[in-house]
Design a protein around this ligand. Structure first.
Ligand SMILES: [Zn+2]
Length: 338
């Protein structure tokens, strides 16, 4: 089925093959690594204990992706993989400030990724929008400086601002309220990562109340708090869920334990994404199959989630309607989806 994927990290899509090429070009700057070593550093092979352990897999992308060439390669491979999986709409996110060690400015980083998206989607026909991420690990001043750098691109090449990083270190996005305020002033949609630690309902509630995001990345822990779910439903705040990623970060033992049914019962708007295609070694279709096999959802509901994801996309109205019509056209006549 044509799919919409709203929660996808560019730097979680660095493949061992691309990394090997980038390392070769860096010569003596970085110690050489075998393919097996690259694979072990970039792809999670067993469930981990925490979000902090999962984030360690971003160390190598953080060291390697500082050139236009590297950014273009990872963008291209991710979009082509998504095209092959029939993901017709996706939103890519990453922190422009973390790719500037070799002299690129945050604006140049965004322009490079946006230009590669333009080239690829010209061939594949996908629609892509970009999200700039501020980091919990950076001081507010640096996150604000990133926004100022990309301000001329806001609304043109960048659709939204996100906020991500280790929650255990700095669990409160409210510490950097000025970041979200400035993002709004620039006309960006606002989302944030929240809920990758156990018992996250109170933190989710605080973030919703202080920041009022359009959507939240993760947040499945809201299922523990019916009143919070009611708030998410009433304010139409979508949770961009990534079940496998949360399982790999030790939040849930397996898909059967993932609270998708509970969130559906409480009518919280949700979408399904992979988070990181290479790091989690996961196509969106694979995630759908895992949810279906765990009995958490049926095909009809999965299809409706895709239409709902498009409705909540950080996308201008005309393109949203065009994509919705494309999806509906595809599904017309397929009884299993009605
Ligand atoms: Zn994420």
């Amino acid at each position: 089925m044509p799919k919409a994927e709203l929660h996808l990290h560019l730097d979680g899509a660095l493949s061992p093959g691309i990394a090997a090429g980038l390392l070769r070009k860096m010569g003596g700057e970085c110690a050489p690594l075998s393919y097996r070593e690259l694979y072990e550093r970039l792809v999670i092979s067993e469930n981990l204990a925490s979000q902090a352990e999962l984030l360690a897999y971003f160390d190598l992308p953080g060291r390697l992706l500082h050139t236009e060439e590297g950014l273009r390669e990872v963008t291209r491979s991710l979009l082509l993989e998504k095209a092959a999986d029939h993901v017709r709409y996706c939103e890519l996110r990453w922190a422009p400030a973390l790719h500037c060690a070799k002299g690129l400015s945050p604006a140049r980083v965004v322009e490079t990724v946006a230009d590669e998206c333009r080239l690829v989607t010209g061939a594949t026909g996908q629609t892509v929008r970009l999200i700039a991420v501020g980091m919990r690990t950076l001081p507010l001043a640096q996150n604000l400086a990133m926004l100022e750098e990309i301000a001329p691109l806001a609304g043109r090449l960048i659709a939204a601002a996100d906020y991500a990083g280790p929650e255990a270190k700095s669990p409160d996005a409210q510490d950097q309220l000025a970041f979200f305020k400035r993002a709004r002033e620039l006309g960006l949609y606002v989302t944030l990562h929240c809920g990758e630690l156990p018992n996250s309902a109170p933190r989710l509630r605080a973030a919703v109340e202080a920041i009022g995001p359009e959507r939240i990345a993760h947040g499945a822990g809201a299922a523990q708090d019916p009143a919070l779910c009611e708030m998410l439903r009433d304010r139409d705040i979508m949770l961009d869920l990534c079940p496998t990623s949360n399982i790999q970060a030790g939040l849930y033992p397996d898909h059967k334990a993932y609270p998708l049914k509970r969130l559906a019962e409480l009518r919280v708007p949700v979408s399904i994404s992979t988070d990181d295609s290479v790091l989690s070694d996961l196509a969106l279709s694979d995630e759908y199959i895992r949810l279906l096999e765990a009995g958490l959802i049926d095909l009809k509901a999965l299809w409706r989630l895709n239409l709902d994801a498009l409705s909540h996309a950080f996308l201008e109205e005309a393109e949203k309607q065009r994509l919705l019509a494309e999806f509906e056209d595809w599904a017309a006549g397929i009884k299993e989806l009605r």
